[in-house]
Design a protein around this ligand. Structure first.
Ligand code: C2E
Ligand code: MG
Ligand code: MG
Length: 729
């Protein structure tokens, strides 16, 4: 649950970074567009404003030119003296002197023409000389229009001034009737002459206008020029005869060009900035993803071996269920437990243990088919999941492959280490897979494999469940029995080899359920060990047997103690307390331990044995010869007695060299000054053989089966029974 929360949190972080980066990029991109648009608007607006100003200036220039010429024409035409002079016969001289001669160098006009009432030119001068072409030829049909306009206007009206196309270019022309200030009946139509002044619009005139009115690049053209501003020059009929053209100054564009390189640099910086924001976002998301993947890897993998861990294995199985959910797909879960790993760990230390685990992992990887998922569940437990298309067992099943692979020795830090493996297998159809159930079944199968002596592969069967249920039921009953203090004790006499007299008893736990079923210690002692009831059971047996032994003075009391009890740090104190409470001589008590604890937990065993011995209690090594206890072990722990295992005695009847082995074993103990008890003596021959080999104490059905305290009291302490009777107890 917590893992899922963390996963969700990490995903949220990635999304947040992505959303923040995208929003930031979008917002800044929109801002950039707005700024670009604003710059564009500023540029085009100031260009437009300046173009309008230039157009106004051009119109103003035209107006000014026309007004100037109109004023000149008006001053000369509406003049009493001029009216009088042109109506005299000397008119031609007067006109030449006053108007025509000035056309040579007068700035306001270069052409002067005077026409009579019938529009016949009287004088026509151009540039100080009499014109050699007629006015109509020079100015074309618009000239008649000008005359008509002049005739139509009177002194109060504006003098008509218009542009006119000449055969050499464009001219500005003004025309007015020559009139006196007082018009009376003496002024008749035949007296009204017309004065015309014209000024050629030369390049100089254009340049002057350009300078005066600040219109740079002004030119006079027949057509409006593309990409330039223009104003039309119109004649008297409103017809455009030419254009003033000039280039737009585009101050906005100029200003823009001034800052363009700065803007370009800013744009590059801006793009780089956006890019880096994107890159930072991208890298942040990637690193979040990578760290997400790392933590996911860590959460689902074992740190030591790199294999899947328990939750990784579960994920893998649900993945298989999801992906390969067909009916013919089978999933096999193998639980693997290393045999003898604990011994390696204890003997060589955890570093070697870890190296061995890593070596096991890599051997599994090398051995198993590529599709197999391998996991380490912790300690020396591994699991392998395979997917098959068949329900039936394969010729060399994966479990056996694992076993064969792990039985080969390992070379670790210069040591040759041999271990083995027990494998429990459970099978399920992928589509209907219940992961917890499959794990439970594989666990039960593994447990069974270990129980059956290790080094084997067991596939789960339905009957195992019944067995498990039965064991659980038995466990409940045992707990109940212990709670009621109803566990029983039987006593088996220990006989002195020399005299044949009883010298001690071994207390053996007995359990009969409420329904009357008797369970052997081989069944309920391991059950008590597994279910954590062994401490209670052990103390009850000790208490009860001490209580019984108080009636049998002078003999010893041997009590069996499980390795698990010995591991309990309070064990010794508990024993001492019980002895004290019962006022029982510790010297009479002998604790029997099996060699398992000596090998699996030598330090703890050493400590406990030392403490017990210090309290005066004797320690016997039980079942000697059935395991691997060495001379070293015997010496190291300083046992007070050794009990030769029944298997060595039984072997006397079947195996040729059994006598020699038994003899050597007892001789070994004797050499170390450790007295020896022979267990399981059933025949006189056996009794004789062990006595001959040096045993000082005998135990077995030959003398007595384990019997109740009452029976023992009766048989041995009141002398009331025969040997035959005792054997049937
Ligand atoms: P052990 O301590 O080696 O006890 C001797 C076992 O051999 C007893 O079995 C006894 O009945 C049996 N035995 C004795 N003489 C003969 C014989 O001549 N022939 C045959 N076939 N068997 C003989 P039992 O009572 O079934 O106990 C089995 C084992 O259970 C004991 O082996 C001991 O390891 C364990 N055990 C019994 N009681 C306790 C107990 O109170 N605490 C602990 N921790 N273990 C106990
Ligand atoms: Mg024993
Ligand atoms: Mg024994």
């Amino acid at each position: 649950m917590q893992k899922r929360e963390q996963l969700r949190g990490r995903r949220l972080n990635q999304w947040s970074v992505a959303v923040i980066a995208i929003v930031f990029i979008l917002v800044t991109a929109v801002l950039a567009v707005l700024v670009t648009r604003s710059i564009d608007v500023i540029t085009t607006t100031s260009n437009r404003i300046d173009d309008n100003r230039a157009r106004h200036a051009a119109h103003g220039a035209l107006q000014s030119l026309r007004k100037q010429l109109a004023a000149t024409v008006r001053d000369n035409a509406y003049w009493d003296d001029a009216y009088r002079q042109v109506n005299l016969d000397t008119r031609a001289d007067w006109i030449v002197e006053n108007w025509a001669s000035t056309t040579a160098d007068y700035p306001l006009y270069d052409t002067a023409i005077v026409l009579d009432a019938k529009n016949i030119p009287v004088v026509a001068y151009r540039n100080g000389e009499a014109m050699d072409v007629s006015a109509s030829q020079l100015f074309g049909p618009a000239f008649d229009g000008m005359l008509a306009a002049a005739r139509a206007s009177d002194r109060s009206a504006a003098v008509p001034v218009h542009f006119i196309r000449t055969n050499t270019g464009i001219a500005l022309m003004g025309a007015a009737e020559i009139r006196p200030s007082d018009v009376d009946e003496s002024v008749r139509p035949e007296n009204l002459y017309v004065l015309i002044f014209a000024k050629q619009v030369t390049a100089d005139v254009v340049a002057e206008v350009s300078e005066t009115f600040s219109i740079a690049g002004l030119s006079l053209d027949d057509q409006p020029l593309a990409s330039k501003l223009s104003v039309p020059l119109k004649d008297v009929d409103g017809k455009t005869v030419a254009y003033f053209n000039w280039p737009s100054q585009t101050p906005g564009t100029m200003s823009y060009l001034e800052v363009e390189s700065t803007l370009r640099t800013s744009a590059v910086i801006f793009v780089l900035f956006l890019f880096s924001i994107g890159a930072v976002g991208f890298f942040t998301i990637n690193s979040l993803k990578a760290s997400d993947m790392r933590s996911r890897y860590r959460a689902s993998h074992d740190a030591l071996t790199g294999l899947l861990n328990r939750s990784g294995l579960q994920e893998k199985m649900s993945e298989i269920r999801k992906n390969d959910g067909g009916d013919d797909v089978w999933l096999r879960l193998h639980f693997v437990d290393l045999d003898g790993f604990k011994g390696v760990n204890d003997a060589w230390g955890h570093a070697v243990g870890d190296e061995l685990i890593v070596a096991v992992a890599s051997r599994l990887r090398d051995t198993l088919p590529p599709g197999a998922s391998i996991a380490r569940l912790g300690g020396d437990e591994f699991a392998v999941v395979t997917v098959d298309r068949t329900e039936t067992k394969l010729p060399l099943c994966v479990g056996q492959q694992i076993q064969i692979a792990l039985e080969r020795v390992f070379e670790i830090s210069g040591r040759t280490i041999g271990i083995g493996a027990s494998v429990g297998v459970a099978l399920s159809r992928a589509s209907t897979l219940d992961i917890d159930e499959l794990i439970r079944q594989a666990d039960i199968a593994l447990y069974r494999a270990k129980d059956l002596g290790r080094g084997i592969t067991i596939e789960f069967e339905e009957s195992f469940d019944a067995d498990t249920r039965q064991m659980a039921n038995l466990e409940d009953q045992l707990r109940d029995t212990l709670a009621k203090g109803e566990i029983g004790v039987a006593f088996q006499p220990l006989i002195q080899a020399g005299s044949g007299a009883i010298c001690g008893v071994e207390a053996l736990a007995r359990w009969q359920t409420a329904e009357g079923t008797r369970h052997a210690p081989d069944v309920f002692i391991p059950l008590a060990e597994r279910s954590g009831l062994i401490d209670l059971l052990g103390l009850q047996i000790l208490t009860k047997s001490i209580q019984a032994a108080q009636q049998w003075p002078g003999i010893s009391l041997s009590v069996n103690v499980s390795p698990l009890q010995l591991r309990n740090p309070r064990f010794t104190q508990n024993v001492i307390d019980i002895l004290k409470a019962a006022d029982f001589d510790p010297q009479r008590l002998c604790i029997e331990v099996t060699e398992g604890i000596l090998i699996s937990d030598p330090d703890q065993a050493h400590r406990a044995i030392e403490e017990l011995k210090k309290a005066g209690i004797k320690i016997a090594l039980d079942d000697f010869g059935s395991g691997f206890a060495s001379i070293g072990t015997l010496r190291q722990f300083g046992f007070d007695r050794m009990k030769v295992d029944r298997s060595l005695i039984v072997a006397l009847d079947h195996e040729e060299n059994a006598g020699a082995i038994l003899h050597a074993t007892i001789a070994l103990a004797n050499a170390l000054h450790i007295p020896v008890t022979a267990e399981g003596i059933e025949t006189e021959q056996q009794a004789l053989a062990v006595k001959m080999s040096g045993c000082d104490e005998l135990q077995g059905y030959l003398f007595s089966k384990p019997i109740s305290a009452e029976e023992l009291s009766a048989f041995y302490f009141n002398g009331a029974s025969s040997q035959t009777d005792r054997q049937t107890a």
